[in-house]
Design a protein around this ligand. Structure first.
Ligand SMILES: [Zn+2]
Length: 215
């Protein structure tokens, strides 16, 4: 019986987060005792920014980019790096997030993520699938000069601010089905080499397809 008890106390001390859209759970130690969440999953807006920075850096050193369900109360910088297997599913970015000039080498998942302020992917490269479905873009979403080498999906995503896809290259399917553009959607000089789908997409403001190339 003793071993059962010790097992129970061990399981009680790990984070209780679980994904709403997948089977993912978390095994990190508890940081936020009240809500039984680890440092990454704690939704405390005042959680230790420096500790989060160190946590991101230590994961980066291990090439671990699984931040599914992460709650980022401050600005985050993932620019100019290589991200293998990036998983930001359901992550919440309360401030600006920067992924500019970064390279995503394996499938990049942002499914259900929320960017409450600006997010920059300028000149980023997605080698494999780029999953941006069900994402909420709170202010401006910068995808200018992005190279989507494989399938890119923005299914059911909501752009509250400007959606900037200037000069972006979609080398495979670009799927924007049921996406909602509440502000300007700018596809100036965007290059779409295969299928572009905007089935049931809603444009509430200006949409610019100036010099857009559908090859
Ligand atoms: Zn956790």
């Amino acid at each position: 019986m003793e071993s059962v008890n010790s097992h129970q106390s061990k399981s009680d001390s790990i984070c209780t987060w679980h994904s709403a859209s997948s089977e993912l759970t978390c095994k990190e130690p508890i940081y936020d005792i009240k809500n039984q969440f680890c440092l990454l999953h704690s939704v405390d807006p005042n959680k230790d920014q420096e500790a989060i920075k160190r946590y991101i850096e230590s994961k980066h050193r291990r090439s671990d980019f699984n931040f599914a369900g992460g709650f980022f109360p401050g600005e985050v910088d993932f620019s100019n790096i290589t991200l293998n297997n990036a998983n930001f599913r359901e992550a919440i970015f309360m401030k600006n997030a920067n992924f500019s000039n970064s390279e995503f080498t394996v499938e990049a998942c942002f499914f259900g993520a929320q960017f409450r302020e600006n997010v920059k992917f300028q000149s980023a490269i997605f080698i494999d699938k780029a999953i941006f479905s069900e994402v909420i873009f709170g202010i401006t979403a910068y995808f200018s000069d992005v190279y989507f080498k494989s399938w890119a999906g923005f299914i059911g995503s909501k752009f509250i601010g400007v959606a900037n896809f200037n000069n972006a290259i979609f080398n495979a399917e670009a799927i924007f089905d049921s996406a909602e553009f509440n502000n300007e959607a700018d596809f100036t000089e965007t290059e779409i080499t295969r299928l572009a789908n905007f089935l049931f997409a809603k444009f509430h403001d200006k949409v610019i397809f100036h010099k857009t190339k559908f090859l």
